[in-house]
Ligand binder design. Structure first.
Ligand code: ZN
Length: 316
């Protein structure tokens, strides 16, 4: 059963608190030479609570895409010699077996540093390296908070590969600490509080329950992951909990199933929201066109991934 049929077959009470769905079926009679595009089903899903919306059209993955061979394997980079070639930050240099910290050259927060993996290649990283790098990030967050108690928003991001906006390929997290809360997060915080008050229920718990009925979730002891019904772009995973517990397993499955570049966003702490985040697949590294066009920037994302099918691949 596909996504639209599954949505119709689940309990609508909680689903409709959060979501609104609209379908369009197109039969394009003048498309005889392109039979795979002749019948198209568009599914618009709106998350009324967070104000997010996406269009699903599975036929879009059949479109031809421009590609080129990229040879970037052996580029020199300062992160392979980070002790000598990267500046230290306000805390000096924190380090463990798998990672070390450095100041970011060009800041985008009150405090903004890097957690650089000691290994150069993403493919050599293990779950232990990932956990150690997260441990170092946590240590950095705690020490920055001790240094400056006015900090109350802490965010970890991982842009992997140039396609996902990394400027250096060598794997690294960015850790950001703000004295304020970014406007969008503040808005979400308010909307989630209003939801709690109106329905006497937790937004994330309700979303997870809906996703569970659709079969697009995975639960670990300290981490819940589910596929987004209003993705920011292709293959969007929401998660809540501690990334150290089992997120690596999900990442490995995504990589095995075609993910080559990604953005990971993890809200470590604000005044109210904490320990939740998003993972977004940013597409093949050999594709030369951007995955974000005018509709995505100014309107709403359009995606071709099928959450039901993807859950079968990465959550089974
Ligand atoms: Zn390197």
């Amino acid at each position: 059963m596909g996504l639209r049929e599954k949505i119709k077959n689940i309990n609508q009470e909680i689903f409709q608190r959060i979501f609104e769905v609209r379908e369009i079926n197109l039969d394009l009679e003048n498309f005889e030479s392109f039979p795979e595009f002749q019948k198209q089903e568009l599914l618009f899903i709106k998350d009324k609570i967070l104000g997010l919306e996406a269009i699903f059209n599975f036929s879009r993955k059949k479109r031809p895409q421009p590609r080129t061979e990229t040879k970037i394997e052996n580029e020199p980079d300062p992160f392979c010699n980070a002790h000598n070639l990267t500046p230290i930050d306000e805390l000096g240099r924190l380090e463990n077996e798998s990672a070390l910290t450095a100041a970011n050259l060009s800041k985008m927060a009150d405090y903004h540093s890097l957690i650089i993996f000691k290994k150069h290649r993403f493919t050599e990283l293990t779950e232990k390296d990932f956990i150690e790098a997260l441990n170092l990030a946590q240590e950095w967050f705690e020490k920055i908070k001790e240094l400056d108690p006015r900090i109350f928003t802490q965010i970890l991001i991982w842009n992997y590969h140039y396609r996902a906006a990394a400027s250096i390929l060598h794997p690294h997290f960015q850790v950001l600490a703000f004295k304020e809360i970014p406007q969008r997060l503040e808005d979400w915080q308010k909307r989630i509080e209003d939801y709690q008050e109106k329905f006497r229920s937790d937004y994330f718990a309700d979303y997870f329950q809906v996703a569970q009925e659709l079969g697009i979730t995975k639960s670990f002891p300290n981490l819940k992951a589910w596929l987004s019904l209003t993705p920011f772009k292709e293959k969007t995973v929401f998660f809540e909990g501690n990334l150290k517990n089992d997120f690596w397993q999900i990442l490995e499955k995504l990589i095995q199933n075609g993910t080559q570049s990604f953005n990971l966003f993890y809200l470590y702490r604000t005044t109210y929201l904490k320990n939740f985040g998003f993972f977004v697949d940013r597409g093949e590294i050999n594709k030369i066109n951007s995955d974000f066009g005018a509709l995505e920037i100014f309107g709403l994302p359009v995606v071709s991934y099928d959450p039901i099918e993807l859950a079968g691949l990465i959550f089974s």
